[in-house]
Structures are given as structure tokens and as C-alpha cells.
Design a protein around this ligand. Structure first.
Ligand code: D0Z
Ligand code: ZN
Length: 357
């Protein structure tokens, strides 16, 4: 708890700035009646049930409209990408870093599309079945940019699993849970316009003006900075429930208190204890810890910076892609191969030179 508080206090100013900017944009769209100055913003206006990421309202947030085309979905559709091809695209990125091709069993046993003949749980996930190389993902992949990023995320788990397969069973795991979550997302940070253009998913030779650059940084902020308070508050609520500090008759009230305090959002209609809003978040009834994602959203930037340095990249970090870089790949693979055999601080130091998140 103390560690997440420490990290949150460092990144909060960045979130507050983004929140203020977004509120301004939402005010001009919906008016000051609905989005008043200095007050929490109605949560449903962010284009996501939990307001956890704001990329769905990117068109509203875009600082310079019309100067950049970041529409990967349109390109995927135009080129007829299906689930398999999107997964192969992710695989190719990892292979370009020196990771192996996915085993045949991955392709035979994974579920990449929604079956037509039965009900399934379509929530994306990655599975290490036996600790001996039987790895699979389950995702109902649709041809969208968001699903493309999610496949890359899931393969991050898979490549971690494959990298530590030679460790004793007890050492087969992430250095800590946040590391496991950060692998695929670190790769996501390398999916720059340059990378996307090089694999044909954005038009080549786009002019990279200052305006276009700021647009993309806003897009990344709407996914990465916007997420931080939500990533923190889910377990804060859960820890309160488990310790008894949040009694059953306050489950929903305490949830919205945290939503207000950290995210600066509020319910659009009156809520009561007849509602159980935390239960709408998959990880709560699913009993999946959530602090891992908060930590990942900090760590992935440390990994990205370290790998870009290893790659000898000297330009601004937001333009760096480690795609195809041998040295960055080697350093990344070395860390993943250790699994949880060393303290996470040692793993972090080996890659980034610092022992602190
Ligand atoms: C089922 C775990 C992972 C291995 C743990 C190793 C697993 C599922 C979960 C799914 C996603 C759905 C979208 C991307 C991941 C998820 C969170 C937060 C988030 C994260 C990254 C991001 C945007 C949001 C959310 C996952 N394997 N010890 N879990 N994401 O336990 O065997 O598959 O919930 O860019 O709220 O959407 O991490 O992959 S298992
Ligand atoms: Zn994950």
C-alpha cells in the first residue's frame, strides 16, 4: 500500500493535468451544466464503463484535428486482417527481438475467435498450462486496433512463460506480477507510427509535424496516464473489504468515494447500496488482483526507456521503437529468462540500472 501511495504521489500531477484538459474538452462538447468547473466529471462521458482509459473519446481530446491519421482499425479492415493474422503480427514483433516462433501447440489449442456453436467466456487471457511449453491464449479477436494491442499484450505473458520454461517450477513466474503485465505493454509502446508504417498498418512517409506528435502523445496519455488512478483504486477498495475497514453496508458508497478521490469522476445517476458497481469490473468477481496493472503502467515506461537506450536510440523516447533490435531483444530476453528466481529489484536493476520503480 505504501509503495502504491508513493508512486501515485509522483504521477498524480500528470493525471490532474490530463483530467483538467479532458474536462475542458467535455465542457465544450456537453456544456458547463453537465460538466461543471472544479467538480468530478460524470463517469460515463469518458467512453468506457469504468472511465479507466479514455482512448474511445480520442476524437474529442485530439489537440490538433485533422493533422494526423492514427486510424489503424481502418487499415486492418481494408487489408482483411483476421484473428490469425493479427496474432502473427504480434508474434513477428517478438521474433524480431530474437524470441522463438510460437509452438504448433499454441496454434492448435488457442481460441482466437468466438465460436459460433456455443457460449464461451470471451474475456482475453493467456494460459500457461503445464509449465513445459503448452501455452495458449483465449481471445475473441475482432479486427480493431484495440484488439491488436491486446494480442500483443497477451503474447507478452506467453513469451514470459516460454522464456522461464527452464527454471525450476517455483521460479516460473514474473519477477513480480507487475513485470508480467508490463511485457506486452512495453512492446505496445514500441508500436509507433514508424513501426506501424513499416508493417503496412499506416500510410508510409506521413509527415511528422509537431502537431501530429502531440496528437499521438495525447492518445498515449488517454490510455496510459488516464489509467493510473483506476489501476490503484480497485485493490484499495478490495483491501478495505478484506480488512473490514469497508463494511458490507458501505461497499458501493466506498467504491464511489475512491472513484471521486482518485479518478475525479462521479456516478451519472444516484447510486445506493442496492447497487454493487464494483462487481461490474471483471477482476472483482473474478478475484484477479489489480495492483499488478498499476505497477505495470509505471514499469513499462522504465523498460521502454532502458531498452531504447540498449538499442542505441538517442532521439526522443516517444519516437523509439525497439522492433527488430537485436541488443534490446537480448537484454529483454535475459530478464524474462530469470523468471522469479531473483528478487525483482535485481531484475529491475539489471535492465534499467535502478532498484526502484
Ligand atoms: C488467466 C492472466 C495473465 C498471466 C498472469 C501471470 C490473464 C487476463 C487479463 C486480460 C486483460 C484484458 C485486456 C488486456 C489484458 C485485462 C486490465 C488492465 C489493462 C491492462 C493492460 C492494458 C489495458 C488495461 C483491464 C490480462 N493469466 N501470473 N489475465 N486488463 O491468470 O492464467 O490472462 O484484464 O493495456 O482492466 O482491462 O492481464 O491479460 S491467467
Ligand atoms: Zn495481462
Amino acid at each position: 500500500e505504501a509503495e502504491t501511495d508513493r508512486l501515485w504521489s509522483q504521477v498524480k500531477p500528470l493525471y490532474d493535468g490530463l483530467h483538467c484538459y479532458a474536462r475542458g474538452k467535455l465542457q465544450s462538447e456537453y456544456g458547463k451544466e453537465l460538466v461543471p468547473d472544479g467538480k468530478p466529471v460524470p463517469a460515463h462521458l469518458f467512453g468506457n464503463m469504468w472511465a479507466q482509459q479514455w482512448n474511445n473519446i480520442y476524437d474529442l481530446l485530439e489537440p490538433y484535428s485533422g493533422v494526423s491519421n492514427l486510424d489503424v482499425t481502418a487499415e486492418l479492415k481494408k487489408q482483411g486482417y483476421d484473428a490469425k493474422r493479427m496474432t502473427e503480427s504480434a508474434e513477428l514483433f517478438y521474433v524480431s527481438l530474437g524470441f522463438p516462433e510460437l509452438p504448433d501447440s499454441f496454434w492448435e489449442r488457442s481460441m482466437l475467435t468466438r465460436p459460433r456453436d456455443r457460449e464461451v467466456d470471451c474475456y482475453a487471457s493467456a494460459w500457461n498450462i503445464d509449465g513445459k511449453g503448452d501455452v495458449r491464449i483465449k481471445q475473441c479477436i475482432q479486427t480493431t486496433e484495440e484488439d491488436l494491442y491486446t494480442v500483443y499484450h497477451e503474447l507478452g505473458h506467453i513469451y514470459y512463460n516460454l522464456s522461464y520454461v527452464d527454471q525450476p517450477y517455483l521460479f516460473q513466474g514474473g519477477a513480480h506480477d507487475g513485470f508480467h503485465e508490463a511485457i506486452g505493454d512495453t512492446i505496445n509502446l514500441s508500436m509507433t507510427e514508424g513501426y506501424l508504417a513499416s508493417v503496412g498498418l499506416l500510410p508510409k512517409g506521413m509527415k511528422s509535424s509537431r502537431e501530429a506528435l502531440i496528437n499521438r502523445q495525447m492518445k498515449v496519455a488517454s490510455e496510459k496516464i488516464a489509467f493510473l488512478p483506476f489501476g490503484k483504486l480497485v485493490d484499495q477498495w478490495r483491501w478495505g473489504v478484506f480488512s473490514g475497514a469497508i463494511p458490507p453496508e458501505k461497499y458501493n458508497e466506498a467504491w464511489w468515494e475512491l472513484r471521486r478521490k482518485y479518478q475525479g469522476v462521479e456516478a451519472q445517476i444516484a447510486r445506493s447500496e442496492a447497487d454493487f458497481d464494483p462487481g461490474a469490473k471483471y477482476h472483482v468477481p473474478g478475484n484477479t488482483p489489480y495492483t499488478r496493472y498499476f505497477l505495470s503502467f509505471v514499469l513499462q515506461f522504465q523498460f521502454h526507456r532502458a531498452l531504447c537506450e540498449a538499442a542505441g536510440f538517442t532521439g526522443p523516447l516517444h519516437e523509439c521503437s525497439i522492433y527488430g533490435n537485436e541488443e534490446a531483444g537480448r537484454r529483454f530476453r535475459e530478464m524474462l529468462a530469470q523468471g522469479v528466481s531473483q528478487p525483482w529489484q535485481d531484475a529491475l536493476e539489471k535492465l534499467t540500472g535502478t532498484r526502484q520503480m
